[in-house]
Design a protein around this ligand. Structure first.
Ligand SMILES: [Zn+2]
Length: 318
């Protein structure tokens, strides 16, 4: 009998990543293709479904499909409300893919940060934990709370928006949400680049150049002693530490997992100041009870594949 597997698909702004993995996270297939968003969404659905149909034909043990997308998602209906970098608004992704599959399979659509948290619980740093907080530092800043092995979804049935909790709603850096001083404007790629641009004139000796500021450049230069880059990293780490402290004081979790591409790339620089900022703002009793760990999930598509096991364990409920 074929090993029972799930397909995971992570849809990003520039690429889509596919995996076929078993319930222990062993990967049998990995591939990517350009997202090529912005055009006709039916064309994108056709390309996704064509790849899924190939994978289903090649792996007879596939019993479900998990899809992670950026932005808010109604997981019950499989609708992506607003994936701005894909040009999607109120897209019925689950049904659009289902009607294109050659073999009917359950499809679960989830916000990518929530999918990351679920993946972390099944295969990563939160393996076996029933309660934890997951924070994701990438282009944006997101988070999820897992309580008794279930995501805390809230009233809108989508996700937690910790990135838009403000550190300074009066004088902080303006955010795309209309507010100011949001955590995302410090502790994310978007925030770090905005911070560097804002202060570049104050650091004439910086090796950052206004036209070529990327987070990877900031991380590399900060490690090499560039003062502006170090300042940007230090603010990001402090904001992350504050976010962790808030989560500790609010939820008193045993574990906080920090994921996302930027956290992975910059952990060596972020970790110590993050822990200092967190300790300074936590109630000691709660601080002593929490562990902060870097994500151990190999990739986002593997996290998406975990949606199948997660939903089966919940009896199909979102
Ligand atoms: Zn905001």
């Amino acid at each position: 009998m074929a090993t029972e597997c799930a397909i995971g698909l992570d849809i990003g702004g520039t690429k889509m990543a596919f995996v076929v993995a078993d319930r222990q996270g062993k990967i049998y297939h990995e591939s990517t293709m350009p997202t090529d968003a912005g055009g006709d969404s039916a064309h994108t659905f056709n390309r996704i479904a064509q790849k899924l149909n190939q994978l289903i034909a090649a792996h007879e043990g596939v019993s479900g499909i998990g899809i992670g997308v950026p932005g808010p998602v109604d997981a019950e209906r499989g609708v992506a409300f607003q994936a701005a970098n894909l040009g999607w608004k109120d897209v019925g992704l689950r049904d659009a893919i289902a009607e294109r599959l050659l073999r009917p399979l359950p499809i679960y659509v989830e916000n990518d940060v929530n999918a990351g948290a679920i993946g972390e619980q099944l295969f990563g740093a939160a393996k076996g934990e029933s309660q934890f907080v997951y924070l994701s530092v990438g282009t944006g800043f997101g988070g999820a709370v897992m309580l008794n092995r279930r995501l805390l979804r809230g009233a809108s049935k989508s996700e937690m928006e910790i990135g838009h909790v403000s550190l300074d709603p009066v004088k902080g850096r303006p955010c795309a949400c209309g507010g100011r001083g949001c955590l995302e404007m410090s502790a994310s790629g978007r925030g770090m680049v905005a911070h560097a641009i804002e202060h570049i004139a104050d650091y004439p000796d910086s090796r950052l150049t206004a036209r070529a500021i990327t987070t990877h450049r900031i991380i590399a230069l900060a490690a090499d002693g560039d003062a502006l880059s170090a300042h940007v990293i230090s603010e990001a780490a402090e904001a992350l530490g504050i976010a962790c402290a808030w989560c500790v004081n609010l939820f008193n979790p045993p574990l906080i997992v920090i994921g996302g591409g930027l956290a992975q790339a910059g952990w060596r620089l972020l970790e110590a100041p993050l822990r200092l900022a967190m300790r300074a703002r936590c109630l000691p009793l709660n601080h002593d009870a929490v562990t902060v760990a870097l994500s151990a999930l190999r990739d986002a598509a593997l996290g998406a594949s975990a949606l199948v096991s997660y939903h089966e364990a919940q009896g199909g409920e979102a």
